[in-house]
Design a protein around this ligand. Sequence first.
Ligand code: GLN
Length: 538
Amino acid sequence: MSKTKYIFVTGGVTSSLGKGIVSASLGKLLQARGYKVTIQKFDPYINIDPGTMNPYEHGECYVTDDGAETDLDLGHYERFLNTPTSQANNLTTGQIYYNVIKKEREGAYLGKTVQVIPHITDEIKNNFFALGETGKFDIVITEIGGCVGDIESLPFIEAVRQARWDLGDYNSIVIHLTLVPYLKSAGELKTKPTQHSVKQLSEAGVQPNILVCRAEYPIPMDIRKKIALFCNVNVNSVIQSIDADTIYDVPLLMKKEKLDEIVLEKLQLSTEPEPNLESWKGFLGKLKNPTTEVQIGLVGKYVELPDAYKSIVEALIHAGAVNECRVEVKWVHAEKYEGDTLKKQLDEVDAVLVAPGFGERGVEGKIEASCIARRTLKPFFGICLGLQCAVIGFAREVLKLKDAHSAEMNPNTTNPVIDIMEDQKNLTQMGGTMRLGSYNCKIKKNSLANEVYGKLEISERHRHRYEFNNQYLEQFEKAGMIASGINPESGLAEIMEIKNHPHFIGSQFHPELKSTVENPHPLFVSFVKAAIEYKAKK
Ligand code: GLN
C-alpha cells in the first residue's frame, strides 16, 4: 500500500451542507502547508456521469481537461487548489457497476456469483486508491456524495469501512458533515439530528473522527461537549462551519477551527509549517474591498437555479476581484423576455453575457440579447451557445440572412450558420459523445483575443456538438465579425469577435471552467474591465 493518506468526507442530516466547499477548503489548507493534495468525488446515482442530466437535476456539468463530464464540486476543487482534476476524480454508482459488469462479461469472475460485497465494494475501493497509487499525492480527499442513510450510499459507506481496515491505523480518517439547526421557538441549537446521523454511520461500521457541524449560529462549548459525548469524538474535533459571506472565506474559517491541524495530527503528519495563505488572503482583500461596481446581465434559461451557471458566476467573482470591482449579476430569463421587455432588462446593465445551453427553449431571447449588445455597443461575451447565438444574430441582422439559425434548433434552415460537426452526425449514443475536453486554439495577431490572452496559443475546454459553419466565414469576416481563434488541427472557429465594437467576443469553448482564485481567466478579467469602462463612459 502506498504512503498516501486518505481523508473520507461523508454527509448526514441533509444534502447541500457544503461538503464540496469544506473538502476544497481543507484541501487548500493542506496544500498551503506544502502537501500534494487531490480531491475526488463518488456520487451514488446510477447515471454514468452527469453529462446526460438536465441542469435542473444536477446543476452545472463540469468538464475536465481529459473530457470527463463531472459533478460541479470538481469545479470547486480546481478553483480552490488551482490544479486540474481528471476523469479519475469523479466516479458514480453507474460507472462502478458498469466496470464490474464489463469484467463479468469478460469472464473475470468466472465461477463466482458477482455480488455487492465484495465485487462492487472492491471496485469502489480500487477507485478510492487509484489516484493515491499514482504516487503523485500525499493526501487524497474523497467526498462521498449523498447522505448517510440513503439506500444508494450504502455500498460506498461499506467500502469506506473496508478501506479503513486495509489502510491501517493513522492512514485514514473520516470527516462527517452534519447540520446543527437553530430552533427559533426553543431559542436553541439542536444536536439530535447530528447524534442520529453519527449513529447511523456508526451502525454501518464507520466511526467518524471529526464532525464538521454546519450551523447558522456559533456553536458554544457546552453544545460541542454534548455532541462530543454522544458522538464519540474529541471535543476539539467538533468543528463549526458557520454560514459565510463567500465560499472563499471557508478555508480561513476552517483554519480558525484548526481543522487542518487536527486532520494532520490524526494522520500523524507534520503540522509544520503553517499554511501559506498570502495570495489567498490577497484575493479576499480585493474581493471584499471593491473600488467600483458593475452590473452584468447574465442571459440564460436556467436562471432560477444559479447552480446551473456555477463556474461562470465564480469566474466573474475572480475577475471582479482582479479589477477590484464588485460584480453584480442580473439574471435575465432568456425565455421570459423578448423585444422591448428584453431591451428594458438589459438597459441598466453594463455588459451582457449570454450563457451556454442546449435546445430550442430561450434561444430567441439569447439571440436578441446578443443583437442588443451589438447595437448598443455594450460589452458582450458569449459562451458556447452564447457565441452561436451572437453568430445567428449577426447573420440575420447584418448579413441579412433572415432565416439563419443553428441546425440544432432548425435542421431545415437554408442558412445553417451553426451546423453539426462532421464527427457528430452519425452518433447513436448520447452519453460522453460531445466534443469534450481540452483542445488547442491559435489566436490571430492583433485581435481582441490576442490582447485579452497576451499570447497566440491557448488550450481551452469544450462541450458541444455544433460549430460555426466555415462556409460562411468569408461573408462574416467581410462584414466585420472575424474568427480570431482557430483550432489548428480542424480549422474550427473557436473565438469570434466583432471589430467595430469596443468589446464583443464569444468563445465556442468554456473559459469559465479554467478560472481559479489564483488564475482568474483573462476572458472574464477583460470582460469585467470592459464593463467598468462602459459604465464610466455612461
Ligand atoms: N447546444 C450547443 C451545441 O451543442 C451549445 C452547447 C453549449 O453551450 N455547451 O453546440
